[in-house]
Design a protein around this ligand. Structure first.
Ligand code: ADP
Ligand code: ZN
Length: 600
């Protein structure tokens, strides 16, 4: 009975025909008055889990959300669905604030967004204590945990909520997986024997690809030209300097680009964030400072120009693509320098040895994702302790299966060179010796007299770097001095030197020459390039501009594609489009139906 009512609201208000993942169970849990922890991948649809109960129950639903800047969009987006909500935060002036408080007291709103520090100020706590609070939802709940990667001190005080509202169910929501963080959320928030829901971490619409770094800007430009002309995307770089460089290079190629990093003045960052939220085809080049607060569902690609420090970071960053479920790309290039840079950063911090050990382990796992000859998705899911029986057919290793080759002889050449030069040099010098360079360092040391000198002349520096890195990642070589990246042999090296073991490697595509030929499942459908889609997109843009809201608040790309597919002729048919509830149908069906009719 209740379920069918909930389905009714889902369709009428939000325009979705079915619940996804554990949405329905989560909603039922909180409606039964129980606490819950919901772990769902980004884009999984966490918001529905508290928005729908808010419409179903009598009291007010409080939503704790870490980013003040997003609250307005969330409220506007809800009002497009015909749901009345408001927010209370420190950015409001006294009149706005008074207005919001009045509408809460008058019972005009179902949902109230608050920041964690706001909610815990004595004033608001007393204000809400007098009201009927049906549910408290805590978004981005991993911020409460020191184990998580985005710990926020103000979140820890949320532990006091249970004391103040002992009868109100708490719903904690996050996209962070690991079990430690999970347990920490439960204890920090004092959740009362919560039901825990963990949805699959698979993001089937994201295609993962990882390539060797060659000329990185050309590689990035080619990728964007080929798959993402006029799309919105994020390009992550490790340093601020590189952000600026990549931005200016992309601009030279004519891409609409903005920079974002913590070194920029606040207003410049805000402008970048605004441009990202409003513009239809914009590329943000950023450090990981650009992260929280990305609510946009139609980010079509996330490109990594440098290796992230862990699979958790990689998955979170790539997860910002394709939250609307449409085909999207997670594309990355990496090289030997990344490993050295990240390792140096790690080894020179003051962190405890225990921490460093974990961090080294995480970096290694990240590297083996790059080096794997297996399906990237299988690798990723198994990292999150999820089995997947089949190869995904939507990652580079599945679509462009890497050949392997016997690299034993080349590996032996590298190991011998490291050994004969005394195990005190970095990769650059080793490769120079192998390739018979005549630079000063070699001549000073007399390394041109070694038997290994010039033994690798026939192959490129890039080739040797790749083999060397694989040896490093598979622990056939170790780094002994992090400042200089000095290399030495390990226990395992002997297996290769003595021919006890064949060293097979993934065949890498030399990026500058033969680039990957993408086979059958090219992501053409990423862009609805057909004329009708473009017209609908234009209409959406003009409505959004008029209302001064982001386009996706009006309709998602998914809804527009659905319109192209269904070609609705009247309001009844228009209501069948994904994401069209009664309110949006009322407001927009006429304009959109007109465009469709003219097109026909
Ligand atoms: P997140 O889990 O990242 O907070 P959101 O709540 O923002 O995700 O939802 C992501 C997208 O999925 C939105 O565009 C939303 O409209 C859509 N969505 C949510 N639930 C459903 C559903 N049951 N069916 C179809 N689309 C849904
Ligand atoms: Zn795959």
């Amino acid at each position: 009975m209740r379920d069918s009512k909930l389905h009714g609201i889902l369709k009428q208000t939000f325009g979705h025909s079915d619940f996804r993942f554990d949405q329905l169970d989560i909603i039922n849990t909180v409606l039964d008055g129980k606490d819950a922890l919901a772990i769902m991948p980004t884009g999984g649809g966490k918001s529905i889990c508290y928005q729908l109960p808010a419409l179903f129950s009598n009291g007010i639903t409080l939503v704790v959300s870490p980013l003040i800047s997003l609250m307005n969009d969330q409220v506007v987006s809800l009002s497009e669905y015909g749901v009345s909500a408001c927010f209370l935060n420190s950015m409001q002036d006294i009149h706005q604030r008074q207005h919001a408080e009045d509408s809460i007291l008058n019972g005009d709103v179902k949902l109230v967004y608050v920041s964690p520090e706001g909610l815990l100020s004595g004033y608001l706590l007393n204000f809400f204590r007098e009201l009927d609070i049906a549910l408290i939802a805590i978004d981005e709940a991993h911020c409460v945990s020191q184990w998580g990667h985005e710990f926020r001190k103000d979140y820890t005080r949320l532990g006091g909520l249970k004391d103040v509202f002992p009868d109100t169910p708490l719903l904690a929501l996050t996209a962070t997986a690991d079990t430690k963080t999970r347990a920490d959320i439960v204890s920090q928030l004092s959740l009362d024997s919560p039901n825990i829901f963990v949805s699959s971490f698979d993001r089937p619409n994201i295609k993962y690809s990882i390539y060797e770094r060659g000329n990185e800007i050309i590689q990035l430009h080619d990728f964007i030209e080929k798959h993402h002309k006029n799309d919105t995307g994020i390009v992550y770089c490790l340093s601020r300097k590189k952000v600026e460089k990549v931005t200016s290079d992309l601009e030279k190629f004519g891409h609409k680009t903005v920079s974002y990093h913590a070194g920029l003045p606040k207003d410049v960052r805000q402008q970048a964030q605004d441009a990202f939220n409003r513009d239809d085809n914009i590329i943000v080049v950023a450090t990981i400072a650009f992260g929280m607060g990305i609510d946009r569902p139609d980010v079509r690609f996330v490109a990594h120009m440098d290796l992230p420090k862990s699979i958790e970071s990689y998955y979170q960053e790539t997860g910002r693509a394709g939250r609307d479920g449409r085909p999207s790309n997670a594309w990355m290039i990496y090289g030997l320098q990344d490993v050295i840079k990240l390792t140096r950063m790690l080894e020179t911090t003051d962190a405890s040895e225990a921490y460093k050990k974990v961090a080294r382990h995480k970096l290694n796992a990240m590297l083996s994702l790059c080096e794997t000859t297996l399906c990237r998705r299988q690798y990723l899911l198994s990292y999150f302790e999820e089995e997947s029986a089949e190869e995904c057919a939507n990652c580079d290793t599945c679509m462009e299966p890497g050949e392997t080759w016997d690299a034993s002889v080349d590996a032996q050449k590298i190991l011998s060179t490291i050994f004969r030069t005394g195990q005190i040099f970095g990769a650059g010098h080793i490769v120079n010796v192998l390739r018979g360079s005549k630079n000063a360092k070699i001549l000073e040391r007399g390394h041109e007299k070694l038997s290994v000198y010039g033994l690798g002349k026939d192959k490129s520096t890039n080739h040797w770097n790749i083999v060397l890195r694989q040896l490093l990642n598979m622990q056939y070589i170790t780094i002994t001095n992090w400042d200089y990246g000095n290399l030495a042999l390990t226990e395992k090296s002997r297996e290769i030197l003595k021919n006890e073991k064949v060293f097979t490697m993934r065949k890498f595509l030399e990026p500058a020459t033969g680039r990957a030929k993408i086979k059958a499942r090219v992501i053409t459908s990423t862009h609805g390039r057909d004329a009708l889609f473009e017209e609908l997109r234009d209409l959406r843009f003009s409505i959004a501009s008029e209302k001064n809201v982001p386009s996706f608040v009006i309709f998602s790309d998914k809804s527009l594609h659905d319109m192209c597919h269904l070609m609705p002729k009247n309001r009844e048919q228009f209501l069948l489009v994904n994401g069209v509830g009664e309110s949006k149908c009322e407001n927009y069906s006429e304009d959109f139906l007109k465009v469709i009719e003219d097109y026909v």
